[in-house]
Write a protein that binds this ligand. Sequence first.
Ligand code: SAH
Ligand code: SF4
Length: 352
Amino acid sequence: MNLKTVEKFLALRGHKKYRLRQIQNLIYKNFISDWNEAAILPKDLKKDLSEKINILSFAVKKLIESKDAKAVKALFELHDKNYIETVLLETSSGNFSICVSTQVGCSVKCPFCATGKLGLKRNLSEEEITDQVLFWNQYIKKEKRKGRVSGVVFMGMGEPFFNYDLTAQSIKKLISPDFFSLASRHISVSTFGYIPGIRKFAKDFPQVNLAISLHAVNNILRNKLVPLNAEFPLEKLSKVLGEYIENTHRKVFIEYVLMKGVNDSKKDAEKLVKWLRKVASAKYFTINIIPYNETVKRFKAPSPDQAKFFESQIQMLGVAATIRKSLGSDIQGACGQLAGKRANKSKKAKKD
Ligand code: SAH
Ligand code: SF4
């Protein structure tokens, strides 16, 4: 929801100014999803709002729950008929983490990623980004689910640092006591390695977690997996990560999508650790090994044993590593599977 629009609306329709604060609390603290739930507002204002102001900036088209009920994916239709997806994930502590999108599609075009296959359609607005978190809070309330939203990861569709300003505005709202009151340290932003974005982020949000999608530590392979590596190669990434750690003293999360026969050997593990140790002391890194979700046929998932083996190699070399449990792969809601069915359909139609 856009509070500026509401403010103007209240003035135009001659409602009291202080209603704005009440509305803000109803939306961001009580998580009402219908104006009729706003018991403290007078009838005429409720009617006015119901007719003219949408609480969410998109329409909910589909909700799919995973078999184990630990993940739910939502498909939203934006005002211009573009589609985005977002996922609610139950965490081990019984709370929820939300994976949000920042763009429709993505211009980085990593060949293994379903979003990358779409190319970039457009950036999401601040409202569209933040409303994904608002929606899941409403959902938890409506469905009477136990637990609360305790974290947000910017790991859905798109490259957050290519939509920096609006992503930053959204993070500010997530942290703000007037809105979601989330702890900075429970928010993570994942980038393919956009150097100017990392620099700016270190200054603007030193307390918010930074995750780097690394996947390979030699330029030949990384150029293939992350095409923009050609422009922002590993040497530059290494330098900026070193600076980041020096300036913020924060850990960096390394995401490593493990693909069978591509980057999953013992040698790959050794080279990865060597590369990280050159950047900074090993204590500054945690490697999230993400077994590939087979969205693009060309790439294959490693066997569970191979993933375990890779993890143990890294740990033996003294770097923290965990295999990311793939929540919700049966709903195509795990990392990298967020593409928006409609967008896929339109692509197919073009081909035919
Ligand atoms: N564009 C940003 C954030 C969105 S992608 C980035 O690349 O970091 C979020 C994560 O999902 C990235 O680490 C990406 O490499 C990973 N990912 C993409 N496709 C995947 C797939 N099919 N299986 C597993 N992980 C995938
Ligand atoms: Fe974009 Fe991230 Fe997918 Fe690469 S992995 S195409 S950067 S969303």
